[in-house]
Write a protein that binds this ligand. Structure first.
Ligand SMILES: N[C@@H](CCC(=O)N[C@@H](CS)C(=O)NCC(=O)O)C(=O)O
Length: 216
């Protein structure tokens, strides 16, 4: 029985898992939840994920949430084919550090902007808070720019790339809502070229958030 993947369009955490499933060639059935219809609060979903968030996977009778943990599980449970954590013990430790830094610092900065821009009505926007959030995000991007020495964050394509790309892509996407946000123009040359490499992956288009496609 194929693994079930509970997905929400636009979620950078769910996008990470989608990229990983595709990269590893794991068969899955995707169930797209509706945030606005309250799917995440339904008892059958809360039974799988008491935090009422996406992503969640169900593999046989085993359910798991938290995107970073899901990638670790997929890597260990589906150990044939392409890997998410390539390299030596030390290289893999660095990949895990990058995933952790992505979630702890870059995604944290993103979440501030999401709250201030996407989850706040435009007439109530606090421009000072948005400017501070933008600065915090760009400072993080600079740090990640300094980490990138080859084609991919960990040398080879890995869980680190699948973690970081959706976070940056969602921040860029917010320029559609706040047109002077100017994240794109502030992305360093190494990350800009790396984003193009991700966008050239054969499964990238398939995983692009469906509701973004509809509105571009
Ligand atoms: N740390 C979690 C974060 C998951 C998360 O925050 N998901 C958001 C979408 S980006 C969500 O489902 N939010 C629904 C809600 O809070 O109502 C992970 O990595 O899986």
């Amino acid at each position: 029985m194929a693994l079930t993947f509970y997905y929400g369009s636009g979620s950078p955490y769910a996008w990470r898992v989608w990229l990983a499933l595709e990269h590893k060639g794991i068969a899955y059935e995707m169930k797209t939840v509706s945030f606005s219809a309250g799917d995440l609060a339904k008892p059958e979903y809360v039974a799988l994920n008491p935090r009422s968030k996406v992503p969640t996977i169900m593999d046989g009778d085993f359910s798991l949430y938290e995107s970073a943990a899901i990638l670790e599980y997929l890597e260990e449970q589906y150990s044939t084919g392409k890997v998410l954590f390539p390299g030596s013990v030390r290289q893999r430790a660095v990949l895990r550090r990058l995933v952790r830094e992505g979630d702890e610092y870059l995604a944290h900065a993103l979440e501030q902007l999401v709250d201030h821009i996407l989850f706040t009505k435009q007439e109530k926007w606090n421009l000072q808070e948005i400017a501070a959030g933008r600065e915090a995000f760009l400072k993080e991007l600079d740090t990640f720019e300094s980490y990138l020495h080859g084609d991919w964050f960990g040398g080879e394509l890995s869980a680190a790339d699948f973690t970081l790309y959706p976070i940056i892509a969602l921040c860029v996407r917010m320029e559609k809502k706040k047109t002077d946000l100017n994240i794109t123009g502030s992305i360093g040359p190494k990350i800009a070229a790396w984003m193009k490499r991700i966008e050239a992956l054969p499964y990238y288009d398939k995983t692009y958030p469906p509701h973004w496609k509809a509105k571009t």
